[in-house]
Design a protein around this ligand. Structure first.
Ligand SMILES: C[S@@+](CC[C@H](N)C(=O)[O-])C[C@H]1O[C@@H](n2cnc3c(N)ncnc32)[C@H](O)[C@@H]1O
Length: 290
């Protein structure tokens, strides 16, 4: 008698392995080298993160596309982290090449397991007492539980990184962790993809809704709105596409106050290179209460 075995559900480990794959490292390295900040990102960052000397935190920095561009624009206190070691390694190499290492700290950390009491702002002192290492492996990092003096003045989780965390419970853990590291009044800027922005998307999600009702969806997926596909550059991508109500509820449940959201095309026209790199998306701005 044969029994059918369901494939394992997509997990953070799946996503991390996919991001560490060579195709993904090449894809994001090209983006860091050739694209830099999108026009929409630059507009929003200059508006909501106006102080270049304020300590900023970038979650899911990848190969450093955003962080490196910010440092080149004159931002001097950026902490950027990612859980994919291969991307991070490339980001560090770019920072060394561009002589930006004094402005950026790249850390290895999982957004769903941020130690809110870890003193990221006081990291240099902590690193010194950890044997003078220049990197802080925040995955499993619990040696320092000092208070977070003041917190970050702004938090970024751009280009859908938050939505590449499988499981709503884990996305909420990330939002909660980032909230714990932000100072009162700090803005959080992130993006999502809408499920119904284009006719092809609408058709896809109508069909998916039927499959989920029938229980015939891809068994590796966790929630309605999940997608797992192979991108043009041959690397695997997990992404959750939320609806607006879901994000509003997640922000409220994790301490963030929703301030504003808008589609990218209404913020700034993007070059063809940016549009080829990333489909249309929605920007969200939330804030930690004073
Ligand atoms: C679409 S890429 C964007 C990379 C970079 N921010 C950019 O705009 O080019 C999403 C990034 O989020 C990171 N990421 C996803 N889940 C994460 C997690 N749980 N903790 C830390 N980083 C994560 C991935 O490794 C990847 O680098």
């Amino acid at each position: 008698m044969s029994t059918s075995v369901s494939p394992p559900k997509i997990s953070g480990a799946t996503v991390r392995a996919d991001f560490n794959a060579v195709e993904s490292v090449l894809h994001y390295s090209r983006a860091a080298e050739r694209l830099g900040l999108w026009a929409s990102e630059r507009t929003l960052i200059e508006k909501h993160f106006p102080d270049p000397k304020a300590p900023l935190l970038e979650a899911g920095c990848g190969t450093g596309r955003v962080t490196l561009a910010l440092a080149e624009l004159g931002y001097t206190k950026i902490t950027a982290f990612d859980f994919a070691e291969e991307l991070l390694e490339q980001a560090r190499a770019f920072a060394r090449e561009k002589k930006l290492t004094r402005r950026i700290r790249f850390l290895h950390a999982d957004a769903t397991e941020l130690p809110t009491s870890c003193n990221l702002l006081g990291y240099i002192a902590a690193a010194a007492s950890l044997g003078g290492k220049s990197t802080c492996n925040l995955i499993g990092y619990n040696a320092r539980r000092a208070t977070n003096a003041g917190g970050f003045a702004g938090v970024l989780f751009l280009f859908n990184g938050l939505m590449q965390i499988p499981g709503r419970i884990h996305r909420r853990a990330a939002l909660r962790g980032l909230h714990g590291l932000a100072r009162p009044g700090a803005p959080l800027l992130f993006t999502t993809h809408d499920r119904d922005d284009e006719p092809a998307e609408r058709r896809h999600w109508k069909r998916q809704a039927e499959l989920w009702v029938e229980g015939k969806q891809d068994p590796a997926l966790l929630e309605f709105g999940d997608r797992y596909f192979v991108d043009d550059d041959s690397y695997r991508v997990f992404m959750h596409l939320p609806d607006r109500a879901e994000i509003l509820a997640d922000l409220a449940a994790t301490g963030w106050t929703h301030e504003w959201d808008e589609m990218r095309r209404r913020i700034a026209p993007e070059s063809k290179a940016v549009r080829d790199f990333s489909d249309e998306c929605r920007f969200w701005l939330a804030r930690k209460g004073e």
